[in-house]
Design a protein around this ligand. Structure first.
Ligand SMILES: [Zn+2]
Length: 479
């Protein structure tokens, strides 16, 4: 695959890329599968998975599958007897560019508003090249954890820079990640009572024009698409109610999803009460921003009525436990949201507020966070697995992601059963091993039928070079 430069990326190019997958039939045999059937995880031992190009076509006991395939000689075989295979994990909230300011000393102990105010002064220096490199690092880290689809909430387009959604799309393309790029936006700067500096916000007509360009150029509604474009004004304290409403109208005309931050901190709640006379979820409802085409990051500070409203409107929640802990934002009521039938997915959030992009570790953290104060039964390993797989797929409106079953995309993560970190547990209960133990790297990861991680290394980029290049740029420009 050729290197794509800014300006050359097109939907046609991305489709070619999505079509550049192995065309052979692949057979993973004698393996252990953990996947949800209906709503519950099951463990299938001595099983086989057949991939035809980018789709799973058969899952069954290896003995049966071997018999069916006896006459075929054109099949590539992979011995999965030392692996547990799960559906590729789905990350529903991230800011991939933030690896540029990961671990920044002056905000290590800051809460959201102070953290943002300091970071805007670094982010105003973003460029296409720095965003692309940072996104490659963040995506590489996600893939190595077993994540195969990520959403990226990319909301900062500083004035007089060449930053565009292509910066992120080129990064995803270069590593083989399936992506929902959320064309974000900020329009209310400090001089108008917002939080971001004026040179980090854009004119609202310019924003809407670029949202239209991004959707027209890159959004692919195909069930197996590698790229979708969602629209994502940043937050109540950086966007006007008019832009929120106009974005929703436009997204619904084009059939794309809506995403934003909501009810993350008590500072945000105070801001909404002072400026709009309403708490965040009521404010979003007033702007026509609830529905089955909306997913909201965080939702930490919800009333019982808010939760009922999210359930009634089928609005989704992207839960980001590490970020909520890192910024001291609070503990969202995930068990209650799940009980009430709210759609919940999992997100690692940006690399400056987590600061690790390991989706399996995030699922474990989600479960452990609820057990602090809630008791050990409040969130189970099955709950954690669900939100990291089928929950994320539901949030992103992807009916062919999140399970290992015929007709689903060939997106899978394989972890070695001879990894010392899983030893013992994996012989007891493979699901529990993945959710309770400290899991390092996935050994082999497939996205769209293509092997993007092999023997624990990225196959499409040199990860050491990415890391060293990022270190160099951070040391020079982002400290
Ligand atoms: Zn975020």
């Amino acid at each position: 695959m050729g290197h794509l430069v800014c300006g050359e990326l097109s939907l046609a190019a991305l489709r070619r890329y999505a079509g550049g997958i192995m065309t052979t039939t692949q057979h993973i045999f004698d393996t252990t599968i953990v996947t949800c059937v209906d709503n519950d995880p099951v463990v299938l031992k001595n099983h086989s998975i057949i991939l035809e190009a980018n789709v799973i076509t058969r899952v069954g006991p290896t003995n049966d599958v071997e018999r069916e395939l006896a006459s075929r000689s054109d099949i590539e075989r992979f011995d999965g007897s030392h692996h547990v295979v799960i559906p590729g994990l789905i990350n529903t909230h991230h800011h991939l560019y933030q690896s540029l300011t990961r671990g920044l000393a002056c905000v290590q102990n800051a809460e959201l508003f102070d953290w943002l105010t300091e970071l805007y002064t670094r982010w105003r220096n973003l460029s296409h090249d720095t965003v692309k490199l940072a996104a490659q690092v963040s995506i590489g880290e996600l893939l190595l954890s077993g994540c195969t689809t990520t959403s990226d909430h990319f909301y900062i387009f500083p004035q007089n820079t060449d930053v565009r959604v292509e910066s992120v799309l080129e990064a995803a393309n270069s590593l083989g990640m399936r992506i929902h790029v959320c064309r974000g936006s900020m329009s209310v700067g400090q001089s108008n009572g917002g939080l971001p500096p004026d040179d980090c916000v854009q004119d609202e007509q310019e924003i809407l024009a670029d949202c239209a360009r991004a959707v027209d150029s890159f959004h692919d509604a195909d069930p197996m698409s590698m790229v979708r474009v969602d629209l994502a004004p940043c937050s109540p304290f950086s966007i006007s109610p008019e832009l929120l409403r106009e974005t929703a109208v436009f997204a619904r005309e084009r059939g794309v999803l809506l995403h934003t931050h909501a009810a993350e901190t008590l500072d945000e709640e105070r801001y909404c009460l002072e400026r709009f006379g309403k708490r965040p979820i009521d404010y979003l409802a007033e702007c026509d921003w609830l529905g089955d085409d909306v997913y909201l990051a965080h939702c930490v500070h919800l009333s019982n009525d808010d939760i009922k409203l999210l359930a009634k409107t089928k609005t989704g929640v992207a839960h980001c436990p590490c970020s909520n802990m890192r910024l001291g934002s609070g503990v969202p009521a995930i068990p209650q949201l799940l009980r009430e039938g709210v759609r919940v997915g999992l997100g690692v959030d940006g690399s400056s507020s987590n600061d690790g992009g390991h989706v399996l570790a995030e699922a474990r953290q989600a479960m452990l966070l609820q057990r602090v104060g809630g008791g050990a039964a409040v969130m189970t390993t099955a709950d954690a697995f669900r939100i990291a797989t089928i929950g994320g797929a539901q949030l992103l409106g992807r009916k062919t992601l999140g399970r290992i079953a015929p007709g689903f995309a060939a997106d899978m993560a394989m972890y070695r059963t001879d990894d010392i970190a899983l030893a013992g547990a994996v012989a007891q209960d493979p699901l529990a091993a993945l959710m309770l133990c400290h899991v390092g790297r996935a050994d082999r990861v497939y996205v769209n039928g293509q092997v993007v991680v092999n023997e624990g290394r990225l196959t499409m980029q040199d990860e050491r070079k990415l890391a060293l290049d990022l270190n160099q740029i951070v040391a020079k420009q982002f400290r």
